[in-house]
Design a protein around this ligand. Structure first.
Ligand code: ARG
Ligand code: ZN
Length: 870
């Protein structure tokens, strides 16, 4: 590792900026290798002080500096700053810099890819464009003029409204944009290229007409309709649910193939990874359609939660991200199946967020210390952050939450604020005391609630105790009690919910846990009830209760909460799998029988609630199972999961066959009923293939030949891959021939190869990486090969000889100098060594140490590697 370790910034070190900027005028003379950027900013000194002006800037070639029109030479330049001694309190600073967009493979700042210019400024990318106060609490109005060749770059876009344009004699043209809203630099955007354009309009609730423009690669116009329709749904939803209306006359979305993340909410000009824009039946799956709607919603919702009210500093990231994820989750739930959506949210928490808590990267949703901000766009900040907002929604009720939101906007519109400001608004609007609740922002880790109960048959008295405890995490040893909304009910023998007016928690179906132990007593009961716990996953915690198999079956059949029914099914599967992992030679037949019976019952649910049944018939993932044990026994757990699935596949193969054939094949439409039906069809197919049921490969080949959509086509490939069918390679070849030209579909092909559980996977991977369509410069491609392998190829990545770890580390070292942000993301599975056996822990740490030894390691990797080696 480099001798000079970068220093961490601390949340507690926040200081208001020494200077403010209220207006910026920028001119961009676009050139692939030599773009000139001239920025003229109006500064004012903030408070009484003599401090110099310290501007952020990276990789910039400085051409000139003037203050109030006078050239300045008395400045100091370092790798990260430009420092000027200035006496004036108000002045205009004009800086000319030169940058090289083509060479910029980090995809941060201004970059050139796929023939177009594009920017990504969040979190600290604006400083790669010009010297500036690149921090979210400096809010300015922007005027931006773009100059470029007219034929190659007919579309030149920036934030706000286009106010002027013209042509030059030399074939160039120019366009001037003005954003009437003050914004932080991270929301700045510029795009220039030659696109196809899809347009539409949306009329807001107050009657204003907004122009909608979607820019896509030439020829991809037909794939933009779903995104545009999703945008209109999101705009209407935010008006209905939160009374929030769009505020500019134009809303633009641009889809690009080279993008580090999902998308970016730049004011009036969202930039998207094309994966979250482009879709048609043939090339996109139901999941793709779903994700597009969700991400389009997410970025749109940021216009209020993020843009109109932004973050004071980056430690407050969850202020906008947790809240906006919560909003997009609510939107998705309203657009389709609420329970299926909730299950998806919870799976992310259990697979990834719990894993982060268990690793050296554990942090609270509002981190205390950061070396590289890009490392903190995490499942903790985003998804656990959304869970924290959801808990407030639960505690305050929908109406109270809405009052809190209204107060938040009336207090803070146009400002850069903190998570505390948000919670205070929620509290002030409703008078609900959130003082203890605030600890969710500062405390990391996964809380556990242990539930124990006792029943006295003679007296009919039932006690149930809830005991909370948050185990220490790598970043924080001592934990406090949290304020936990815990939804539940008690079921009697017939499966009815027990009510008792003298027990308020029972009527409310919720307990607010605040102290370490909370007891509820219910009297006059005939028999011991079944507690159905953590309805709707009302808090991001683990619950421990010694359910009998019978109790789990009762919940599956009778609980009033569909989420709890699904959760009980998962508990039952998990129990079977862990049991078999520990003693593969002496299976607990009674347990397996009750599990199989429960599955029988779920087949009946498929008729009434296909979305729920689809989720209930899927086993917990390896990642979820891993978070349920202290030490992961890789092979044992993997094979146990497969055996249980195999048992369900073979014992119930007739039922799978019936379920498969029950699903009517209709021309593709992305509508909820059809989505649920396709899910059941492809799930059945995969069980049938796994069971090696008669005709299963005929069914599979027929589906492949007849499918008019990517969901059914990919369903075949996944079933063939998982079932290790001999036809798999041949189907993949056909698929490749057909889809070579389509990068998004080809990503699916790469991913299917990379997560194949085969013993020769480490011979096959290098072949994939030498494929003519593989490139380290393209983040989607890197994620589909290296990401899929490291996150999901259990046996390959965790090969006992350490070859999987070495393979990943080799590529991380290559990626380090190309795109550090992506490198730091796919290193995650290596940093989560803590729960593996000793041998694997050693091997993983060995590779981390190898990476640490690299000479020019990026800050992104230094932070993650050094934490993981501690
Ligand atoms: N604000 C964007 C979103 O959540 C994500 C930006 C991520 N940027 C980054 N440097 N990691 O919609
Ligand atoms: Zn976001």
């Amino acid at each position: 590792m480099s001798v000079l370790s970068p220093v961490a910034k601390k949340r507690s070190d926040y200081r208001a900026p020494d200077f403010l900027i209220d207006h910026v005028d920028m001119a961009f003379h676009l050139d692939v290798t030599q773009t000139r950027v001239i920025s003229t900013s109006r500064f004012t000194r903030n408070g009484q002080h003599q401090s110099p002006l310290v501007l952020d800037g990276e990789n910039l070639q400085l051409i000139s500096v003037t203050i109030n029109g006078e050239p300045v030479t008395d400045y100091h330049q370092s790798d990260e700053h430009l420092t000027l001694n200035i006496n004036q309190n108000d002045f205009e600073l004009c800086i000319e810099t030169r940058i090289n967009p083509q060479e910029n493979k980090t995809l941060e700042g201004l970059y050139f890819s796929g023939g177009a210019y594009c920017t990504q400024c969040e979190a600290e990318g604006f400083r790669k464009i010009t010297y500036f106060l690149d921090r979210p609490d400096v809010l300015a109005k922007y005027d931006v003029t773009i100059f470029a060749d007219k034929t190659r770059y007919p579309h030149m876009l920036s934030n706000g409204n286009q106010i002027d344009k013209g042509e030059l004699d030399d074939g160039r043209h120019w366009v001037k944009w003005q954003d009437p809203f003050k914004k932080p630099s991270y929301l700045f955007a510029l795009v220039a290229g030659n696109f196809d354009l899809l347009t539409d309009r949306f009329v807001t609730q107050s009657g204003r007409s907004v122009a909608l423009e979607l820019y896509v690669d030439k020829g991809a116009l037909d794939k933009g309709h779903h995104a545009l329709a999703s945008l209109k749904k999101a705009m209407a939803w935010d008006e209905q649910v939160f009374g929030l209306e769009y505020d500019l006359d134009i809303y633009m979305i641009v889809a690009v193939d080279f993008f580090n993340m999902g998308a970016m909410e730049n004011k009036g000009l969202n930039v998207f990874n094309s994966k979250f824009v482009l879709a048609d039946a043939e090339s996109a799956t139901d999941d793709d359609f779903f994700n597009i709607e969700a991400v389009i919603g997410h970025e749109y919702f940021h216009n209020w939660t993020g843009n109109r009210v932004t973050c004071r500093d980056w430690f407050q990231l969850s202020l906008k991200e947790g809240l906006t994820v919560f909003r997009d989750q609510q939107f998705s739930a309203d657009m389709s199946s609420p329970v299926f959506n909730r299950i998806k949210n919870v799976q992310i928490i259990r697979e990834h967020q719990f894993a982060e808590d268990a690793s050296a990267m554990a942090h609270p949703i509002r981190p205390e210390e950061v070396i590289e901000m890009n490392n903190f766009y995490t499942v903790t900040v985003y998804d656990k952050g959304a869970e924290v907002i959801r808990m407030m929604h639960t505690l305050l009720g929908a109406a109270g939450f809405r009052q809190g939101m209204d107060l938040y906007f009336s207090r803070f519109d146009g400002q850069a604020v903190t998570c505390d400001d948000f919670v205070q608004a929620m509290q002030d609007a409703t008078q609900v005391d959130l003082s203890q609740f605030r600890r969710w922002y500062s405390q990391s880790g996964t809380p556990k609630v242990k539930v124990t109960d006792s029943f006295d048959a003679k007296t009919g008295v039932y006690h149930i105790d809830f005991t909370q405890n948050t185990p220490p995490t790598a970043d924080q040893k001592v934990k406090q009690n949290l304020h936990i909304p815990f939804k539940f009910e008690l079921l009697d023998e017939k499966g009815n919910s027990i009510s008792d007016d003298s027990v308020p928690e029972l009527s409310a179906k919720m307990i607010e846990l605040t102290s370490r132990v909370h007891r509820i007593t219910v009297t006059g009961l005939q028999a011991k009830p079944t507690p159905s716990l953590l309805h709707d996953f009302s808090a991001p915690i683990k619950v421990d209760y010694a359910y009998s198999h019978q109790q789990l079956s009762n919940i599956i059949l009778y609980s009033g909460d569909d989420f709890a029914r699904w959760d009980a099914s998962q508990r039952l599967y998990s129990r079977c799998i862990h049991n078999l992992a520990i003693s593969p030679d002496t299976p607990d037949d009674e347990l397996l029988d009750s599990m199989l019976q429960a599955v029988q019952g779920i087949f009946d649910i498929a008729d009434v609630n296909p979305a729920l049944a689809g989720a209930m018939l899927s086993l917990p993932s390896f990642e979820t199972l891993s978070q349920q044990v202290d030490e992961i026994q890789v092979e044992a757990l993997y094979h146990a999961q497969r055996s249980v699935r195999n048992l369900i596949a073979t014992t119930l193969s007739d039922q799978w066959s019936t379920l498969y054939h029950k699903q009517a094949v209709v021309p593709y439409r992305y509508v909820a009923d059809d989505v649920d039906s396709r899910r059941l069809r492809n799930l059945s197919l995969s069980y049938l293939v796994q069971a090696g049921a008669p005709q299963s490969s005929d069914i599979l080949l027929a589906q492949f030949a007849q499918a008019d959509n990517m969901t059914d086509c990919l369903g075949v490939l996944k079933a063939a891959q998982f079932g290790e069918l001999k036809q798999f390679d041949q189907l993949m070849e056909q698929f490749e021939t057909r889809w070579r030209h389509d990068p998004l579909v080809l990503d699916k092909w790469f991913a299917l190869h990379a997560n194949m559980e085969r013993s020769d996977i480490l011979v096959r991977l290098p072949l994939l990486l030498s494929h003519d369509k593989f490139s380290l410069d393209n983040p989607n491609r890197v994620r589909s090969v290296l990401g899929s392998f490291a996150f999901y190829n259990v046996l390959g990545f965790h090969a006992v000889d350490g070859s999987g770890y070495k393979f990943l580390a080799d590529y991380i070292l290559k990626l380090n100098s190309v795109n550090p942000q992506v490198a730091a993301r796919i290193i995650t599975p290596l940093t989560q060594w803590q729960k593996f056996d000793e041998k694997r822990r050693e091997l993983m740490r060995y590779q981390l140490a190898r990476i640490a030894d690299c000479q020019d390691l990026s800050k992104d990797l230094i932070e993650k590697v050094s934490k993981s080696l501690n």
